[in-house]
Design a binder for this molecule. Structure first.
Ligand code: SF4
Length: 71
């Protein structure tokens, strides 16, 4: 559920999930649930904070989605 009183993830402007979503390759669920919702639960966010490598095509829950590679 999206919440209007919550600050979105600070990485959203540069996150590949935003790019995939804009291209229609990614379901809005991911943006609403993580980027504009519980971004502290996002594995991408956590790995970024720890400086750990993660591919652009890894979903917020940590699932690798090779289909996104082309995006
Ligand atoms: S996918 Fe994760 S790191 Fe990227 S903008 Fe959304 S919450 Fe932030």
């Amino acid at each position: 559920m999206m919440s209007i009183d919550k600050t979105p993830c600070k990485w959203y402007p540069v996150c590949p999930m935003r790019r995939f979503y804009k291209k229609g390759l990614l379901d809005k669920y991911w943006i609403g649930h993580y980027c504009q919702g519980e971004w502290t639960h996002c594995v991408r966010y956590q790995m970024e904070a720890e400086g750990r490598y993660h591919p652009d095509w890894m979903l917020p829950d940590g699932t690798l989605a090779p289909a996104l590679k082309k995006g």
